[in-house]
Design a binder for this molecule. Structure first.
Ligand SMILES: O=C(O)CCC(=O)C1=CC=C[C@@H](O)[C@@H]1C(=O)O
Ligand SMILES: [Mg+2]
Length: 379
């Protein structure tokens, strides 16, 4: 494939509802949609999912934009690629910056699928025609408000409910949730808000028959999670700690988790997600695909990766309308009774609607082979 141009569409999207975690409250999403254009004028799309600030991980959208503009987009327009799996190796001299790498790689994957008349799900090797979906609920000011939100989402048919916890909003709150909803598939996500000093508190969560406790300890930690998992009946699911294939391998070997939340951006793209998928499958570690409050393009990428067989637990690919008054794709993603149908159209399976996107657009940066700086390696 020859990609002649990368376009970075920088957007700012107002969220329909504020989203509160142990990091704080978020009301807007700063997103970059990556467009890779081939010599025939065909476009593939990816989404960079870095946060507004380096709270979830070290990356943030301003840093990711520089990384994509200065390093990763130029590498794509200056090289001929025969398969998107080659992109990871092309980017390898530059460390980390996984969400920036993944945004660009995602656009190459979509373009590759379209050039070959395949769905993105087929291109990544997935076989499902529909995927199960859960929902991630932020912290609310009161337990009553949270219970109302859960009821609404249970009524909409979501297949599991994830509730955020943080110190001071944990065991008693989850006790009330369980008392009101004794049978729902329920999990909690701490976003790294605890330490091993909180072991008794975390053990108290065992009584609630949770599907999993997501990322209770520090982002990046593998060792303490292994100690904690030995003390808990509830499976630990790692999110922030799994930032590479190597981290997944270490966590599996040390027994740091029994479940992995794969976020395509966090691990550096689809190729790395597939590697982690295959490794986890070999070790009977089930997966699910976590969300980063994506716009439609990222959501469709998540759906495609979820079609791989070891994504056996419901992911975060809720309906577009959960996040946005108006998404940037047509048709939007719709979950019905907790199930999303995988599109049978080529690539991501929906059109990026430029008229809609225009409303959120801050700027478009265009990188062409002629303008891109030559890569200089200082070694
Ligand atoms: O619905 C979604 O997209 C998932 C939202 C969600 O839970 C998260 C999004 C972004 C960063 C984190 O706060 C968090 C997570 O840890 O999974
Ligand atoms: Mg999480």
């Amino acid at each position: 494939m020859k990609i002649k141009e990368i376009r970075l569409h920088e957007l700012e999207m107002e969220m329909k509802n504020p989203f509160t975690t142990s990091f704080g409250t978020q009301t807007k999403r700063h997103i970059t949609i990556v467009e890779a254009v081939n010599t025939d004028g065909l476009s593939g799309f990816g989404e960079c999912v870095a946060g507004e600030d380096p709270l979830y991980s070290e990356e943030f959208m301003d840093s990711a934009l520089i990384a994509m503009n200065k390093y990763f987009a130029p590498l794509i327009v200056q090289n001929e690629i025969s398969h998107p799996d080659e992109v990871w190796d092309l980017f390898a001299p530059f460390k980390k910056n996984n969400m920036a790498k993944s945004g660009i790689e995602g656009a190459v994957w979509d373009l590759y699928a379209k050039e070959n008349g395949m769905t993105l799900a087929e291109a990544v090797g997935g076989g499902k025609t529909e995927v199960d979906v859960g929902i991630s609920l932020g912290l609310e000011d009161t337990d009553e408000l949270l219970l109302e939100k859960i009821q609404e989402k249970v009524d909409e048919g979501y297949k599991r409910i994830k509730v955020k916890i943080k110190p001071g909003r944990d065991v008693p709150m989850i006790r009330r949730v369980r008392a009101n909803f004794p049978d729902i598939p329920l999990m909690v996500d701490a976003n790294s808000a605890y330490t091993l000093d909180d072991i008794e508190l975390l053990k108290a969560l065992d009584e609630f028959d949770l599907m999993m406790i997501e990322q209770p300890l520090a982002a990046g930690d593998i060792v303490d999670h292994a100690k904690l998992q030995k003390e808990l009946k509830t499976p630990i699911c790692l999110d922030e700690s799994i930032d590479s294939f190597q981290a997944a391998a270490a966590a599996i070997e040390l027994g740091s988790c029994e479940i992995i939340n794969v976020k395509v951006g966090r691990v550096g793209g689809i190729t790395q997600s597939k590697r982690i998928h295959d490794l986890a499958a070999k070790h009977d570690i089930p997966l699910w695909c976590g969300g980063m409050l994506e716009a439609g393009v990222g959501r469709l990428h998540n759906i495609a990766i979820t079609t791989l067989s070891n994504f056996t637990l419901p992911g975060d690919t809720a309906s577009s309308s959960r996040y946005w008054e108006e998404d940037i794709i047509t048709p939007e993603v719709v979950a019905e009774q907790g199930v999303v149908q995988v599109s049978d159209k080529p690539g991501i399976g929906a059109e990026v609607d430029f008229t809609k996107m225009e409303k959120y657009l801050k700027q478009t940066i265009i990188i062409t082979e002629e303008d891109a700086p030559d890569m200089v390696f200082f070694n």
